[in-house]
Design a protein around this ligand. Sequence first.
Ligand code: SF4
Ligand code: SF4
Length: 471
Amino acid sequence: MTAKKKNDGHAPSRGMYYNSGNGASLVPIDIGHKQYMGLIDPDTAFWSLVKKNKLGEVLDDSKFIKAYGKKAESFAKEMHKLRFELNLSAVYFNPTERCNLNCKYCYIPETMRKKGKDMKKADMFKALTKLRSYFRKIMPKGRLPQIIFHGAEPMINREAMFGAIEKFQDDFRFGVQTNGTLLDDEAIEFLTSTGTGIGLSLDAPTPKIANKTRTTWEGDGVFENTLKMIDKLRGYKGYNVICTVTKENMAHLPKLVDFFHGLEIPAIMMNILRCTLPRSRNLRPDDHKVATHFFAALDRTHELYKKTGRKMVVANFANILVSILAPTARRLMCDISPCGGGRAFFALAPDGGMFPCSEFIGLPEFKGGNLFTDNIDKVLKTEAFRKVTERKVEDIDPCNRCAIRHFCGSPCPAEAHEMNGGMDKTGAFCEFYEEQVRYAFRLIAERKEADFLWDEWDKDTQTTFDASMLS
Ligand code: SF4
Ligand code: SF4
């Protein structure tokens, strides 16, 4: 065997053999396919699909090992760049702490959502002016940073937010993640004419199920209202609908796919619930049950695509596929370790408080500083941020010996910290993530992966991060 890896000086081995000394690690994994299994280098995320009865031959084939040996270093470099060398390129901007809904899985504490603060228009302009100067220094020419107005419910502070979008139109790409209840014709006209990305939320195809998780403070459902907005946005390319997958709606995911496809929604997300706060854990689905429903829904998107010729991409799953096919082309940053929180983006609270990600906004110990008074680079290096940006799969058991760790990323640090007691713990759904990667490999084995991806997904593989689809 001739797979040569540079001796890094820690052990006197030239890395001549795989799986010993400094040699490449090549780990076979069961992907649940009749014919194929995966062969992965967990360190570099190199992989190959191998016929089960040929595994011995492949591992004994000096050409294969040599070919990998040649690529190993560039794979390792690419992975290192993605994991440790990205610059900030987006901000999740919370213009208010308040929300007119009381969704059962919200990560923002109830008191904030009921009685919290709004950011004043003048402060919003001040914040964006400071961010503009910062991004001008670090962003490559021709690329604009992203501002995603996020919640609570950003439309509660509509006037300030729209004023900011108007004023800073040439400086940022804007998006707004909204529950849709406060949108009206005028707002839709403004957002679509300014090219603002719009993310709506809807969890099920019927009010009975959807209203189990998303209601007003009085307990009234908002299904019809959201549907009205989806209908008004028909034809607008820059919007998506996010469904949060819980034990309440998981069995309805395939029907939801039919429903969304019928509404001609261009892209959706089926995000598994985050269990950061105790109340959301009441909705936690079983890993294997949720995986079964999730894959049935993905299969359904494929059937509908074949039947109608119209693709509806499930963006969060497409991102897993991309993380396998071309790691640096991924658009979302939950399934890489360290995740994007605090390094590719941060979350801004209405009082200027800076947090690594919106998931941490209700957790004061993760406040790294204040945008109005502190230096941004210094905040990114604070202990509050480093706890997240330095959380690596290598330090987490069993992720440190998991072959698919760079396709999973062991999300989410907020969950790990709050639910399982530390950053060196896993989050809520390890077995679901295992199944998800196995499903993705099965699609690749069947050569169906392109049917689940955006058209031209690999056109700009330099795009290492695009927050437009992040929930
Ligand atoms: S894994 Fe969690 S903390 Fe990291 S970006 Fe995703 S939601 Fe935010
Ligand atoms: S959470 Fe589970 S699947 Fe993900 S990297 Fe860790 S051990 Fe692997």
